[in-house]
Design a protein around this ligand. Structure first.
Ligand SMILES: [Zn+2]
Length: 345
């Protein structure tokens, strides 16, 4: 009888485990974590596949779009803005003129009123870029060429500062073999609100990072939007030391042909103790801050991703143990001291 009972208990535990795992694997993938946005600074790194697009909404409702994804994601970018009740953009930014960054921009301009447009100002001969400039001119949007030191006061305490290009036609002209001059001259922006700061690096190359470090601009930021989709030619160890981020967001497409993000970049971020979020795994990544603490809410969370992408127990465990996949996190940052994970206390 005792043996029978034990057997029954084992069978029960085993079946619960199977059902639990089945549920975890098959439950809906997109479950956005509810979080408070009212009166807070919101940043959304949008899942646009292989490309880049980030939306900033200030506590008082001003909005900035940094890049607009590849052409095939144009509808999604427009929908993402509508979903967050954006009616017009105070500022739209093209970090550089490559199609994976400006592909959806004309559709954004068409659907939303854009007041100001910030561009690297580096001439580029593509049809797509020319059409975008024509649209900007035709709509009478104020066109601004980015220059180090330029500051945009968005509203009460929210500031966006240009860290690159250097301005006055001082372009980076020497890049590694196979590198891109357009990438190297990306507009780099630092968003700050109270104790919170975030760096948007476009497709900056190592040369850009070194140039910014030499120029003496403030690079420190709690969140780093990783440069060039996590390419190995960006996010150097010395740059990471200068930025000292706690969390990083990589925008890249699942199974992209460039191999982004590079293992080397992921390793550098991990070595620096940075928590990593990826749009190819996490979907849209939301960052919210009240100017003192900040939270990160990915649309898809760690255990789901680990289960979907990792089949063996060993790899599943290592994915979770090594913190490879982002889950919601809360940070508090008081008195400029080392930020602490509030949800851990
Ligand atoms: Zn790119």
């Amino acid at each position: 009888m005792k043996r029978l009972r034990a057997l029954f208990a084992i069978a029960l535990v085993a079946s619960l485990l199977v059902v639990g795992l089945y549920w975890l694997r098959h439950r809906p993938q997109q479950i956005p974590t509810p979080f408070v946005t009212q009166g807070r600074l919101q940043v959304y790194v949008l899942d646009v596949g292989q490309g880049d697009s980030s939306l900033i909404i200030t506590p008082e409702g001003k909005s900035v779009l940094i890049d607009a994804g590849p052409p095939q994601a144009a509808d999604e970018v427009v929908a993402a803005l509508r979903k967050r009740d954006v009616r017009s953009l105070d500022l739209a930014v093209a970090t550089h003129p490559h199609a994976d960054h400006i592909g959806g921009m004309r559709q954004v301009i068409e659907n939303f009123g854009v007041k100001n447009f910030l561009d690297s100002g580096k001439k580029y001969p593509s049809k797509e870029y020319k059409r975008m400039l024509d649209d900007i001119l035709e709509k009478g949007i104020k066109f601004i060429e980015a220059k180090k030191g330029m500051k945009f006061d968005l509203d009460s305490g929210v500031e966006l500062e240009v860290l690159n290009p250097q301005g006055n036609e001082q372009w980076i002209t020497e890049v590694r073999r196979g590198g891109s001059v357009e990438n190297a001259n990306s507009v780099v922006l630092r968003l700050s609100y109270g104790n919170f700061s975030m760096l948007f690096t476009g497709d900056a190359e190592t040369e850009t990072e070194d140039s910014m470090m030499r120029s003496g601009v403030t690079l420190r930021a709690q969140v780093l939007k990783v440069g060039h989709h996590g390419s190995r030619y960006a996010t150097s160890a010395r740059f990471l030391e200068a930025v000292a981020p706690e969390a990083a967001v990589i925008s890249c497409g699942a199974g992209n042909k460039y191999g982004h993000p590079a293992e080397q970049t992921l390793a550098r971020l991990q070595k620096a103790g940075v928590k990593i979020y990826r749009t190819d795994l996490n979907g849209d990544v939301a960052i919210v801050s009240d100017g003192n603490t900040f939270e990160i809410h990915p649309a898809r969370q760690s255990i789901q991703i680990a289960l979907a992408h990792k089949s063996t127990w060993r790899s599943l465990w290592s994915a979770v143990a090594r913190n490879r996949f982002g889950s919601p996190l809360r940070y508090s940052n008081n008195d400029g001291k080392e930020p602490q994970c509030a949800s851990c206390s």
